[in-house]
Ligand binder design. Sequence first.
Ligand SMILES: NC(=O)c1ccc[n+]([C@@H]2O[C@H](COP(=O)([O-])OP(=O)(O)OC[C@H]3O[C@@H](n4cnc5c(N)ncnc54)[C@H](OP(=O)(O)O)[C@@H]3O)[C@@H](O)[C@H]2O)c1
Length: 175
Amino acid sequence: MNFEIFDSIRKQFEVNALGPLRLTQALLPNLQKGSKIIMMTSRMGSIDDNTSGGSYGYRMSKVALSMAGKSLSVDLKSRGIAVAILHPGLVKTRMTGFTDSGITPKQSVKGLLARIDELNLENTGTFWHSNGEILPWSECRARLLLRLQTTSFLRNLRRPKSFQLTNSRTAIYLD
Ligand SMILES: NC(=O)c1ccc[n+]([C@@H]2O[C@H](COP(=O)([O-])OP(=O)(O)OC[C@H]3O[C@@H](n4cnc5c(N)ncnc54)[C@H](OP(=O)(O)O)[C@@H]3O)[C@@H](O)[C@H]2O)c1
């Protein structure tokens, strides 16, 4: 395991998490009903999606940014301001060494603009991939499990003999 230098982790928090929050605070007096705030985070800040470890400063600072976006979505809803937490995809930019496996910035921005158009007060606080996929964090997993449980419940209602109530799993995951 290779931790990064702690000063670097602290700097990444400053730039990636506190920077966007400071900017939001500064611009807030100018935002009106119908305004939208976009937090450019990363799939690497998804706790559920972390299967490769490492990148401590980047991952930790992006989790913090996503959480700031989520709190802002709750706090600003009554003012009519929606907040999106967006992942641009794996993009051919300087940050990724212009990776061949990435999409172009143009493709990424096209998707990001579509997500911003879709953003409203109903879906505020959603963590989206630029391609429209809703990215996993635990809230998403809970919703998926609830949907699976509901589907199985409804299916079993039609076959009462084999019906088994599995509420305990739902309760655990929805806590
Ligand atoms: N590319 C991807 O696959 C990918 C995936 C997930 C998330 N993202 C996110 O998308 C955003 C844009 O990244 P990118 O791919 O476009 O990377 P990029 O091409 O490397 O560009 C990074 C940008 O951040 C600016 N920047 C770097 N350090 C800074 C600092 N200390 N203070 C202020 N600005 C700083 C750079 O400014 P200068 O040009 O002046 O250096 C540049 O404009 C980032 O938030 C990144 O985390 C990208």
